[in-house]
Design a protein around this ligand. Sequence first.
Ligand code: ADP
Length: 181
Amino acid sequence: MSGHLVILSGPSGVGKDTVIDAWREVNPKVQRVVAYTTRSPRDGETDGRDYHFVTVDEFKALAAEGAFLEHKEVHGNYYATPLRDMEAMLDEGRIAVLKIDVQGALTAMALRPDALTAILLPPSWDVLEQRIRGRGTEDAASINKRLANARAEMEFADRYQHQIVNDDLETVVARLEAVVA
Ligand code: ADP
């Protein structure tokens, strides 16, 4: 049985993790495609949920085996989107959700034209700022950087099949269910 690949983007703090968790609760077929990284886990991050945290040697071995759809280096750390994990989920008939930044998403869309694509939008810039602050993990400079990135990412919103405002969580989940129906 073949499942659905869903590419889900949206600025940091818009609510991607929250939405995926809520969607999973109503649809057990939904499964997150967890990225790989060589950077160290931050406080509160869990291996296998936020990322698969691996060593550089492990990462290189996986890349050589063709385990990744795409990978890149940011500030000396490697990040990758797993192809093999995703294919395994799709073979099991699951809804494989790839939570990925806009640049990675554009690459993934070109490689996987079969993907369903959605971008989450904040109800307003004020709300986005409140959500980023609400997580309590960021200083002012980093919040401003995230907001600037968010504005840049929004320029690509029309490259996605669906633009979904993350206001009411139940409505967002219902829209995602419609996307895969
Ligand atoms: P992301 O994964 O996009 O960085 P998170 O899922 O961590 O964002 O959400 C950022 C913050 O916004 C969290 O505090 C979360 O509880 C809150 N949030 C997410 N979605 C909603 C929503 N629909 N309504 C209200 N608050 C939300």
